[in-house]
Design a protein around this ligand. Structure first.
Ligand code: NAD
Length: 361
């Protein structure tokens, strides 16, 4: 198969981690006889520096014309003082919106090799952590009207949280479809005791649930969900939630699995073209030092193979290679523990690429 991939390296550690994901994709292409053609595009701080805007039209055109998009991360202190509408992170919201990517899937899987790195008690970790957060990505408070105003001595600001029934229906279907391929359990997270948007959310999710009689549905308030994630994460299979709650809970979910550096994500819309990126940011504190963990980006590329290209075996092969390297005791600094071997970002990518072998059928 031949596939075109738009590559947005972004800022900070973005270029380092994307390079390793491409190394792994190239190895997959070689092993399975595919051709991946990469089209580089600028977004975020790098685009502001080069063209004066965080998301040039050329980048949008390249992404729209590609079979999928691989992204590192954007942002950094250099651009922190820009007004909100001009900041690098705005590029992400815009590109997701322009490409109609309304569903963000973030797996939270604890690699047993990294169990020591989890801040949870061993008894909880032993029960296993393997769930997926399905987050609505193009609605809610991040996309509502933002205002700041001054009245006399008082300054005020407001952000509007808005959801339509249609937006809730389509993301609910993604969650139930995902659950059908897993343990058939959806936990819908809202704040229906306070928010009207959450009451509409709950009612709509219950309606969609009727289309999936095999899937068990329960509801949880977001504050309780935050507690349950550290008290009993093994109870979750698919967590369905809105944009801002999902942003916060998925970061918590990544931390209980040990390190933010190992988790990938996919953002999907109506077609097969998606955007794949690690869940962490641009980590300016370690940028340019070859210390970053590339596994989150490599596993994002594995999700791209599965969800956008239908390459299930190739995707499984990447996941197996990551496991092999972790089994071998190799760790980047963020997941280092006693008795393990410290490797750089490029060494980790090289080892994972070298561990890719097609299994004989
Ligand atoms: P961050 O995720 O960049 O970093 C948080 C901490 O985790 C840092 O100590 C960092 O060194 C570490 N870390 C993150 N990724 C790592 C990796 N792959 N390997 C090893 N360690 C890693 O979050 P932050 O510091 O809050 O944000 C930094 C910048 O990134 C900000 O400008 C922020 O807006 C931006 N950001 C971008 C995205 C994105 O592009 N999707 C997401 C979140 C934050």
């Amino acid at each position: 198969m031949k596939k075109t991939i738009a590559v947005i390296k972004g800022d900070g550690i973005g270029p380092e981690i994307v390079k390793e994901a491409i190394r792994v994709l190239d190895r997959i292409a070689e092993e399975f006889g595919h051709t991946f053609v990469y089209h580089e595009a600028l977004a975020g701080g790098a685009a502001i520096d080069a063209c004066g805007e965080c998301l040039p039209q050329r980048t949008v055109d390249i992404c729209m014309a590609s079979d999928s998009v691989l992204l590192g991360a954007v942002g950094g202190p250099k651009w922190d003082d820009l007004p909100g509408s001009q900041r690098p992170e705005k590029a992400l919201l815009e590109i997701r919106s322009k490409m109609g990517l309304y569903a963000n899937l973030r797996p939270a899987i604890l690699f047993q090799q990294l169990a020591d790195a989890s801040p949870l008690k061993p008894a909880l970790v032993q029960k296993g952590i393997d769930f997926i957060v399905v987050r609505e990505l193009t609605g809610g408070i991040y996309f509502g009207e933002h205002q700041t105003w001054q009245k006399g001595d008082e300054c005020a600001a407001s952000d509007l949280m808005l959801y339509t029934k249609r937006e809730i229906e389509r993301i609910a279907r993604v969650a139930f479809d995902t659950a059908m391929k897993r343990k058939k359990h959806v936990t819908s997270v809202d704040k229906a005791n306070v928010l009207d948007t959450s009451r509409l959310w709950r009612k709509t999710v219950e309606e969609i649930a009727k289309e999936y009689p095999e899937v068990a549905l329960d509801h949880m308030y977001v504050d309780n969900a935050a507690m349950q994630l550290c008290k009993n994460p093994a109870q979750f299979d698919v967590i369905l939630t809105e944009n801002m709650f999902g942003d916060i809970l998925s970061d918590e979910a990544s931390m209980i699995t040990g390190t933010i550096g190992t988790i990938g994500s996919s953002s999907l819309g109506e077609g097969t073209c998606g955007m794949y990126e690690p869940i962490h940011g641009s980590a300016p504190d370690i940028a340019g030092q070859n210390k970053a963990n590339p596994i989150g980006t490599i596993l994002s590329a594995a999700m791209m193979l599965k969800y956008s290209f239908g390459m299930e075996k190739e995707s499984a092969c990447v996941e197996a290679a990551v496991n092999t390297v972790l089994d071998g005791g190799y760790r980047t600094l963020d997941m280092m523990s006693e008795g393990k071997m410290l490797v750089s970002c490029s060494e980790m990518g090289t080892k994972i690429a070298a561990a890719i072998h097609k299994t004989k059928e």
